[in-house]
Design a protein around this ligand. Structure first.
Ligand SMILES: Nc1ncnc2c1ncn2[C@@H]1O[C@H](COP(=O)(O)OP(=O)(O)O)[C@@H](O)[C@H]1O
Ligand SMILES: [Mg+2]
Length: 376
């Protein structure tokens, strides 16, 4: 299977730059997700890979072949790119049976009757829908219709699969099941896949790599763990994790085992936090602590420990959510979001101690963050 290369790819609509200078590689056989809020350019990027939209700048290649390069007048139409697409609206044809829906792209390619039959049934088998082959498409549930749309996209053995929010219309439980199925199917077929979603949990569950986008540009291209545990810039943490961001100033910096360790001073607290790089003494940083890594208890502030930071605060909100309990705890100017164990009912208006271990912290130079935010 080929890899997909985006080299400085841009798309303007008049004066408006929907996609700006996007450079990324979708490795051979990998599942890569474009993640970002609505309007950040995900669909436009996907459509440019498919050839449904032309890039106004940059070069797109699939494998060894350049499929679009406006500077050289190269533009391959969608049917020459061998990409299978699945959309949020299932876009299966209501007047056809399940079989005919999946067979359609094969007949379009003028395959023999036997080949059409064999490939259609194989694709339906892969999505566990072969028993429904003769069913008229409108009689299917949403999940079944989406399976048919996936079967249609894989039936002609495309070299690239492109998904645009395909699970967004499904209810939560079915969406979870389909995520697992889709990931298993992609791994079995080992097709290079680009998946678009605005749902960070979905992106984490499915992907080998995640490309976080905002305002037409790439913020971070990393593994799911990299995005989650080592976000940069700050708006990746804001979009992809449920974190509290606390301002602090660097006192000193030393090399840690697999990151830098910064000694920082905040407003009424100090402690040690992880960072990707050295930050000079006196520089501001944003310290990021994820909601689920904060411990909360009623005891006074813990003895000062090199491996831990603690804050004393007051519980403002306490929301039981079944699998967890979300607390909003006020510490000076900062409102911490804490995901506590569901049985840890600490009440409201009570003083509590929050603590986080060094290994669960991350920090980003604050100056770099604001410069990037302005640029975006
Ligand atoms: N054909 C178009 N004409 C003008 N603006 C467009 C067109 N298509 C998309 N856009 C704009 O480009 C931006 C990115 O859109 P899109 O790629 O659909 O975002 P996403 O899929 O991330 O929600 C949006 O501001 C959208 O309004
Ligand atoms: Mg979109």
């Amino acid at each position: 299977m080929p890899s997909v290369h985006l080299n400085s790819v841009s798309r303007r609509f008049g004066d408006f730059a929907a996609v700006k200078d996007v450079t990324a590689v979708i490795p051979d056989g990998a599942f890569v997700t474009l993640l970002g809020p609505s309007g950040c350019g995900k669909t436009t990027t996907l459509r440019m890979i498919a050839g449904l939209e032309s890039n106004t700048g940059g070069v797109i290649s699939i494998g060894d072949s350049t499929v679009s390069d406006p500077a050289r007048g190269i533009f391959l139409p969608p049917e020459k790119r061998n990409a299978g697409m699945v959309f949020q609206s299932y876009a299966i044809w209501p007047h056809m049976t399940v079989f005919d829906n999946v067979a359609y792209p094969l007949r379009l390619r003028r395959l023999s009757r036997q080949e059409v039959h064999a490939k259609t049934m194989r694709a339906l088998d892969l999505v566990k829908m072969s028993a429904y082959a003769e069913r008229p498409a409108p009689l299917l549930s949403g999940g079944q219709q989406q399976r048919v749309a996936i079967a249609r996209a894989i039936a002609f053995e495309p070299s690239v699969l492109l998904f645009d929010e395909p699970l967004s219309n499904l209810d939560a439980k079915l969406r979870d099941e389909m995520r697992i199925e889709l990931r298993a199917l992609q791994q079995r077929l080992a097709i290079t896949t680009v998946f678009v979603t605005h749902d960070q949990e979905e992106a984490m569950a499915l992907s080998d790599r995640i490309i976080v986008m905002r305002q037409g540009a790439i913020l971070q291209n990393d593994t799911p763990e990299g995005i989650y545990f080592r976000p940069a810039p700050l708006n990746v943490a804001e979009f992809c994790t449920n974190s509290t961001i606390i301002p602090a100033t660097v006192i000193s910096s030393e090399a840690g085992r697999d990151s830098r360790i910064l000694e920082v001073q905040g407003d009424g607290w100090s402690g040690r936090v992880q960072a990707s790089d050295h930050v000079a003494q006196g520089r501001p940083v944003s310290v990021i602590v994820r909601a689920e890594s904060i411990r909360v208890d009623a005891s006074p502030v813990h003895a000062v420990d090199q491996q831990e930071i603690s804050w004393r605060g007051r519980v403002e909100k306490n929301v039981f959510r079944g699998s967890r309990r979300t607390l909003i705890v006020r510490v000076g100017d900062t409102a911490f979001t804490v995901d506590a164990a569901p049985e840890n009912d600490v009440g409201v208006d009570r003083d509590v101690t929050l603590s986080v271990t060094l290994g669960d912290t991350w920090s980003i130079p604050a100056a770099t963050t604001s410069a990037r935010t302005e640029a975006a």
